[in-house]
Design a protein around this ligand. Sequence first.
Ligand code: CP
Length: 312
Amino acid sequence: MTAPARAPMPKRDLLGIEGWDKASLERILDLADDYVARNRSGEKKSSLLRGKTVINLFYENSTRTRTSFELAGKRLGADVINMSVASSSVKKGETLIDTAMTINAMHPDFIVVRHPDSGAVQLLSEKVHCTVINGGDGSHEHPTQALLDALTMRRRIGSVEGKTVAICGDVLHSRVARSNALLLNIMGANVRFIAPPPLMPSSPRTLGGEPFYDMRKGLKDVDVVMMLRIQTERMDKNFVPSVREYFHLYGLSKDKLALAKPDAFIMHPGPINRGVEIDSELADDINRSVILDQVEMGVAVRQAILELFNRP
Ligand code: CP
């Protein structure tokens, strides 16, 4: 039986959370919920995207995002190509634009791009005819991460409306923080940014978060604690004098978590640095940590995105 055609999404590409409305984001989350159930059943595979091609073009390392897009595409019956930038003509000096136009000439249906430069994915999208999905660009946005985080929260606590989410750590360099703050504001949540002064953006309120420099004050009575990795790859100087001091002041420990609501839960986009931003035992505490749930939601959200952005 053929699945019923769905109304197209209002835009061809998913370049960021910025510019999207609540109804469209909820549509992705609702469908992703269905995919969670299907992935847990024996019937993981469909032929919805048979004949379609997804190209993963990752200029930065990835475990979760790239693998889950590959799984999502394959579970929907698409052909998925993982382009290895390290062994591509990028290493011979081919520019992003030339690479984009070369891939475009092969008529893919989706390109999922991760790039170290903010804005690079938007630039690439202007040179191709297919759907482009941002898999993370510099410190700018990581929209599919924010969507999988929203699905994880929604499944744990219902609506996030009126809930308080603390986003803690290297907010300055984090595309995860930006996309999450945008999405959580659209959904009516309260966002706090907790960071040492050098790792706090210059205009946190413009990004949708209330700044806290003291983690203990920032965690008071929050519903969700979202920890971030220190993005050393985006730092041109030493922002953190010592890992030990950082963990003491801004790492999540049991005593700091006790300041949040009793049922508050811990999120982290991964990869985690145990003992740097989070106590190792807390990261593994299945009653408080939903880090592996986030990974599971990542596949379902990306299946929903591929289905909804698919163009006949
Ligand atoms: N959260 C995330 O983007 O992880 P990867 O870098 O492993 O894709």
